[in-house]
Write a protein that binds this ligand. Structure first.
Ligand code: SAH
Ligand code: SF4
Length: 347
C-alpha cells in the first residue's frame, strides 16, 4: 500500500496511468490530497466510485500522529509528530504580523555535528520520507484556527535538507504547486549548513529561497564549530553563493549564530563583511539558543546589537532574530531529543 500523501504529481500520474485512467485523474487526486487535505479516499467526490475502490486497493492517505503540542504565550506552537517507527520529529509554527511560518524538519537527527546545535550533538538517525515532510504540514494545519493558513515554510528544523535532497525538492515542489499547498516560491526557504553540491543543484533545479548557515568568517573558527567546513571550506562555499542565480527581488539569507567569545568580535564582523562582498544577501543574526550541555554561551544583547551595527554600517542588511518560543523549547526539545534550532526564530 502506498501513501498518497507521500507522492508527487508525477508519481500519481504514473500510477493512475498504470490503472488505465486518463491523466486528468492525477490532477484531481493531487488536488484532493494536498490542496483540500482530505483524509479518506471516499471524499474524492468527482472520482467515480469504481475508481475510488480501485484506488483503495493500492493506496491510502496516511494519518499524522501528533504526539505533543506546546504553545508559547508569544504565539509560537511547537509540535512533535510520531513517525511510523516511533521516532519523534519536531515542527514549529511561528506567527509574525501577517505571516504564519512553518519550520519543517528534514531529517531525524543530523550527521553534521555542529557544536552549537543539539541535533548535531545527538547524531543522525535517518532521512524523512516525502510523506513525513508533507505530514508535518498536515499536522500543523490541524492545529490552526478557522480561517488561518500557513503563509511561509522554512526547512530549518532538525537535519540538513540538502542531504535529503530529492525528498526535500519534491516537498518544496508540492508546497509551491498551485494544485498543492499553493505557497509562492519566495515564501519557501531551504537552509543549509553549506553542502556545496546541493547548492549547485538547487541553483539549477529549485525556484525557492536559499539560506546558508555561515556562522563564522574564517575556516579556522568555522572548522571548529562546524565540522562540515572541513569538507566544504569557505572559499568554495562563497564561490557557490556568488554563482547562485537570483531572479527578481530574491536575496540569499546568511545565517550567523552568535556565540560569545567565539565569533562575535569586531574582527569577526569585519571578516564577514569581506567574505560576503559581491553576494546579494541579507544577514540573520541568531544569538545562540542555549541548551543543556551546550559548550557555548550567548552574547549579551548589547554585544549582539554592536555586531549587527558593524554590518549595517558597511551597508549590509542585518536582522537580529531573537528567539521565539524559547519557553516551550525545553519541554519539546526533550521529547524529541533534538534541535533548539527548531524552536527559534531563524525559522
Ligand atoms: N541544517 C540546516 C538547517 C537546520 S538548522 C542548517 O544548518 O542551516 C537551522 C538554523 O539553526 C541554522 O542556521 C543553525 O545555524 C541554527 N542553529 C542551530 N543550533 C542553534 C542554536 N543552539 N542556537 C541558535 N541557532 C541555532
Ligand atoms: Fe545539522 Fe543544521 Fe544542526 Fe548543523 S545546525 S547540526 S547542519 S541541523
Amino acid at each position: 500500500m502506498k501513501n498518497l500523501r507521500g507522492m508527487t504529481y508525477e508519481d500519481i500520474l504514473q500510477e493512475v496511468t498504470a490503472l488505465g485512467a486518463k491523466p486528468y485523474r492525477a490532477e484531481q487526486i493531487f488536488t484532493w490530497i494536498y490542496k483540500r487535505g482530505i483524509t479518506g479516499i471516499d471524499a474524492m467526490t468527482d472520482v467515480s466510485k469504481v475508481f475510488r475502490e480501485l484506488l483503495k486497493e493500492g493506496f491510502f492517505i496516511g494519518a499524522v500522529d501528533v504526539a505533543a503540542v506546546r504553545r508559547s504565550p508569544d504565539g509560537t506552537v511547537k509540535l512533535a509528530t510520531r513517525l511510523e517507527d516511533g521516532l519523534l520529529i519536531e515542527s514549529v509554527l511561528i506567527p509574525d504580523a501577517d505571516r504564519l511560518t512553518l519550520c519543517v524538519s528534514s531529517q531525524a537527527g543530523c550527521a553534521l555535528g555542529c557544536k552549537f546545535c543539539a541535533t548535531g550533538m545527538n547524531g543522525f538517525i535517518r532521512n524523512l520520507t516525502l510523506g513525513e515532510l508533507t505530514g508535518q504540514v498536515f499536522a500543523a494545519q490541524g492545529l490552526l484556527e478557522e480561517g488561518a493558513r500557513i503563509t511561509n515554510a522554512v526547512m530549518m528544523g532538525m537535519g540538513e535538507p540538502l542531504l535529503n535532497y530529492d525528498n526535500v525538492i519534491h516537498f518544496t515542489g508540492i508546497l509551491t504547486d498551485a494544485r498543492g499547498f499553493g505557497l509562492s516560491h519566495n515564501k519557501v526557504t531551504i537552509s543549509t549548513a553549506g553542502i556545496i553540491p546541493g547548492i549547485e543543484r538547487m541553483a539549477r533545479e529549485a525556484g525557492v529561497n536559499l539560506a546558508v548557515s555561515i556562522n563564522a568568517a574564517t575556516d579556522e573558527v568555522r572548522g571548529r564549530i562546524m565540522p562540515v567546513n572541513n569538507k566544504y571550506p569557505l572559499a568554495g562555499l562563497v564561490g557557490a553563493l556568488r554563482a547562485y542565480p537570483l531572479t527578481g527581488r530574491k536575496v540569499i539569507t546568511i545565517e550567523y549564530v552568535l556565540l560569545k567569545n567565539v565569533n562575535d568580535s569586531t574582527r569577526d564582523a569585519e571578516g564577514l563583511i569581506k567574505l560576503l562582498k559581491g553576494i546579494t544577501c541579507k544577514i540573520n543574526i541568531i544569538p545562540l539558543n542555549p541548551f543543556p550541555g551546550a559548550r557555548f554561551s550567548r552574547p549579551d544583547d548589547k554585544a549582539v546589537e554592536q555586531f549587527a551595527n558593524i554590518l549595517r554600517n558597511a551597508g549590509l542588511t542585518a536582522l537580529v532574530r531573537f528567539s521565539k518560543g524559547a519557553d516551550v523549547q525545553g519541554a519539546c526539545g526533550q521529547l524529541a531529543g533534538e534541535c533548539p534550532s527548531a524552536s527559534h526564530s531563524a525559522c
